[in-house]
Design a protein around this ligand. Structure first.
Ligand code: HEC
Length: 335
């Protein structure tokens, strides 16, 4: 295999040499572009090549295609203004060799990097497998019509974020087993995920009275939070932690955010609690994002506004109205 790589590499380097040899002569003040015909040839070859490639290789080839197309446009414009020049310095067969070498190199690279990339084909086949399994579980549930079988179907759909099917499955479970707490809880969770926090809170408030699993409390807190009922949200999340819920860190920070929201009277503080505290800490002490309290960057409010508007590194852009931005910048000075 190594021999093949070497051969390909040598071919490629040779082609490079042939193509660029003419350019090694005395430097010319105004190097000319290869003639349009040659560019067109390369363009065609590259377009064929681009179809076969993916990822960074494809991007590279597409960039080259864009460049050639631009050059060809410019050349056509110049052509009208001046008489035809002598033949280009780069031989056609050299370009062809280069393209062939590049193609071979690309093929080897693609062949060897593809299996490691999460390629489209891999994802697709996974999706097909998941759909098939879901279908099987459904067929089984319809055949057996037991709460357990419907539960297995609904749980799998839930896992796949197929909320509609999950809801349908949990509904069937309840029809067959009126006291199934988990099915009620999941329906509450799905209501929340579907953007219906009021109904979710209604269901989960009842379910969590009898349900030993803390999952319902997490989503009950989320639903209350969305409804602006911060005190209730804090209570639900606190109970979630008391019952040993797994998402300790995240929920603790949610509680902090809700507390900040509860205490906030300053509109800038509200913006901060809502949009920044989760990453920079409730009091700007830092977290996922750097410490903001006492950070010299706060002396340059335009710079801060710029970062907020456009994001930076892993910090996302956070769209704010002019009023919110002004209030936020005023609040940040007090950190
Ligand atoms: C999702 C997490 C996240 C959120 C939300 C977030 N930030 Fe950031 N922030 C970061 C990270 C991470 C950095 C570091 C970015 C880098 O330099 O790569 C950062 C950097 C900054 C900086 C530059 C700090 C420095 O010392 O260079 C400022 C200022 C800042 N954020 C302000 C804000 C403000 C104000 C908000 C709310 C409107 C906010 N951030 C919301 C994660 C976040």
């Amino acid at each position: 295999m190594t021999l093949v790589y070497l051969a390909v590499l040598v071919l490629f380097l040779l082609a490079l040499l042939v193509v660029f040899a003419p350019l090694r002569g005395a430097p010319r003040p105004f190097p000319e572009n290869p003639r349009p015909e040659e560019l067109r040839l390369e363009l065609e070859a590259l377009k064929r090549e681009a179809k076969e490639l993916s990822g960074a290789e494809r991007v590279r080839v597409l960039k080259r295609i864009a460049w050639i197309e631009r050059e060809l446009g410019a050349a056509a414009a110049k052509e009208e203004a001046r008489a035809a020049r002598p033949a280009g310095r780069v031989p056609v067969w050299g370009v062809l060799l280069l393209v062939a070498g590049g193609l071979a190199l690309a093929a080897v690279l693609v062949h060897h990097t593809l299996p490691r990339l999460p390629g489209g084909a891999v994802t697709e086949s996974l999706a097909i497998k998941e759909a098939k399994k879901l279908k099987e579980l459904r067929a089984k549930a319809e055949r057996e019509n037991t709460p357990e079988a419907w539960m297995a179907y609904a749980d799998y759909a839930f896992e796949l974020h197929d909320l509609e099917r999950a809801l349908e499955g949990y509904d069937k479970v309840i029809q067959l087993d009126h006291k199934n707490v988990k099915a009620y809880r999941r329906i509450g969770v799905i209501l929340f995920l579907a953007g219906r926090p009021a109904e979710a809170a209604e269901v989960l408030a009842v379910v969590t009275q009898v349900d030993p699993d803390p999952e319902g409390l997490l989503f009950l807190g989320n639903a209350y939070f969305q409804l602006g009922r911060y005190q209730d949200a804090i209570a639900a999340w606190q109970e979630y932690l008391n019952r040993g819920g797994g998402e300790r860190e995240r929920v603790e920070s949610l509680i902090e955010t809700a507390r900040a929201r509860l205490e906030a009277t300053d509109p800038g503080e509200i913006v901060y609690a809502e949009k920044c505290a989760s990453c920079h800490g409730a009091k700007g002490e830092g977290g996922i994002g750097p410490k903001l309290a006492g950070n010299p960057i706060l002396n340059a409010p335009e710079a801060v506004a710029e970062i907020v508007r456009n994001g930076r590194g892993t910090m996302p852009a956070i769209p704010l109205s002019d009023q919110e931005m002004a209030a936020l910048l005023a609040y940040l000075k007090k950190l």
